[in-house]
Structures are given as structure tokens and as C-alpha cells.
Design a protein around this ligand. Structure first.
Ligand SMILES: CCCCCCCC/C=C\CCCCCCCC(=O)SCCNC(=O)CCNC(=O)[C@H](O)C(C)(C)COP(=O)(O)OP(=O)(O)OC[C@H]1O[C@@H](n2cnc3c(N)ncnc32)[C@H](O)[C@@H]1OP(=O)(O)O
Length: 191
């Protein structure tokens, strides 16, 4: 693991937000057109995440023919996306909006089309706006062998990060959608 992903000595253990969804509760999509979790992306991952214990989440992603790199095998970038999306869902547990700063991925086993990837992610430490986290993707069941894993650094941002940087068409549509505004607020500590 690179030094940038090692929490400094002053980092604190993560604290589950009191209003975090209960363990087992589905988290839903943070944006309908998200490539990772949105229902509105025909070739997306349609990843479904649930709250876990503490500051953790679980998720499942079924590899389809849309996700191939080599014939019959998942593309590594798609698997990294599944890890990234699962790690991103940890924001629901902290009620913080955070984006990926760094994502370091180990690919340990090939993942065939048709596989259900069982993902688990947890926050390991928090230091200021920096959120340190780790994730695994297992095949053959939730207790199966680890096919992919990642360590990550997410950085907390305000909703302005998206409003200021996103293309105006999509931002205006999102801001006009009460359901999207509700989802964005669910991520924020002080909405
Ligand atoms: C109604 C309105 C509609 C909106 C609704 C939206 C709802 C959304 C809800 C939830 C969204 C969740 C989405 C999850 C999706 C899955 C996750 C992704 O794929 S996210 C996309 C990929 N990532 C990016 O696009 C980031 C691009 N990068 C940036 O924007 C900046 O670089 C950013 C924000 C990461 C940092 O920039 P700075 O200017 O804010 O802050 P600085 O000072 O540079 O960094 C803060 C600290 O972090 C460290 N840091 C930053 N990047 C680092 C890196 N790559 N490696 C190591 N350290 C890093 C720095 O060294 C600094 O540390 P020191 O405070 O000094 O100790």
C-alpha cells in the first residue's frame, strides 16, 4: 500500500453517524444516471449496496457481457469501478459527501462473466477531510476467495463540488428533481 494511503498517527477511528441507515438496509442509488449504481444506465453496473455494521457497507455486482475485457472475463477497470462505487457508498454511513482521491487496486483472480461479485467496504480512519478505506470483492459467495481488493483515500466535499464542476444540463436536471435533492442531503452532516 502506498504511503499516501497510510493514515497519519493523528487520524481517528471512523464514527458511524447516528442517522446512518440500519444494518441490512438498502442504500439505493445516489444518482439515477451513475454508471456504478444508477438504474438509468443500461450498461452500468447496477451495483446494490446495503448498510453494514459500524462504518461498513456490502454490495453485489453481477458481471454481464457488457463488462468484458478479455472474452468471458470482467474488465479490470470495471472491477475497479465496482470497488470505487462500494467505497463511495460509505458516505451514507458517515453522512458525508466524499469523492475518490486515490484508489489502489489488487487483482488476484480472474472474474468470469456471470459471476456475482460480493463486495464489502469499511472506513478505517478519518483525518480532517480525508477518509481512509478498504474494500474486497469475493467470488463464489460472500465468504468466497478474494478476487479483487482496494485501499482508498476519499476526500470530503460539499455539494458545491458537483454544482460548480458538473455540466450545467445534468446539474440543472438534478437540482430540479426533489428526489435527487433528498438523496444529496442524506449524505450531508448539516443539510
Ligand atoms: C442537487 C445537486 C446535485 C448533486 C448531487 C450529488 C450527490 C452526490 C452524492 C454522492 C456522490 C458520491 C459519488 C461516489 C462515486 C464513486 C466515487 C467516485 O468515483 S468520485 C469521482 C472521482 N473522483 C474525482 O472526480 C475527484 C477529483 N479530484 C478533486 O476534485 C480534488 O482533487 C479533491 C476534491 C479530491 C481534493 O481537492 P481539494 O482542493 O478539495 O483538497 P486538497 O487540499 O487538494 O486535498 C485535501 C487533502 O487530501 C489529500 N489528497 C487529495 N488527493 C489526494 C491523493 N490523490 N492522494 C493522496 N492524498 C490526496 C491532500 O493532500 C490534502 O491532505 P491534507 O489536508 O493537506 O493533509
Amino acid at each position: 500500500m502506498s504511503t499516501a494511503l497510510t493514515p497519519p498517527a493523528e487520524a481517528r477511528p471512523p464514527v458511524r453517524h447516528p442517522d446512518a441507515p440500519a444494518p441490512g438496509e438498502p442504500l439505493g442509488a445516489h444518482y439515477a444516471y451513475c454508471f456504478g449504481c444508477g438504474g438509468g444506465q443500461p450498461h452500468g453496473l447496477h451495483l446494490e449496496a446495503r448498510a453494514g455494521e459500524g462504518v461498513s457497507v456490502t454490495a453485489e455486482f453481477t458481471v454481464t457481457t457488457d463488462h468484458q475485457g478479455a472474452p468471458g472475463l470482467a474488465h479490470g477497470g470495471v472491477l475497479a469501478t465496482a470497488l470505487d462505487e462500494t467505497l463511495g457508498a460509505l458516505g451514507w454511513m458517515l453522512r458525508v459527501i466524499a469523492v475518490t482521491g486515490r484508489l489502489e487496486t489488487d487483482f488476484r483472480l480472474p472474474v468470469p462473466v456471470g459471476t456475482v461479485l460480493h463486495l464489502q467496504a469499511e472506513v478505517t480512519a478519518v483525518h480532517g477531510r480525508k477518509i481512509y478505506s478498504t474494500a474486497t470483492g469475493r467470488i463464489g459467495g460472500p465468504e468466497g476467495p478474494v478476487a479483487v481488493r482496494a485501499d482508498a483515500l476519499f476526500v470530503e466535499v460539499k455539494v458545491d463540488h458537483f454544482i460548480d464542476n458538473g455540466r450545467p444540463e445534468e446539474i440543472q436536471a438534478a437540482m430540479a428533481d426533489p428526489d435527487q435533492v433528498r438523496r444529496a442531503r442524506a449524505f450531508e452532516v448539516n443539510p
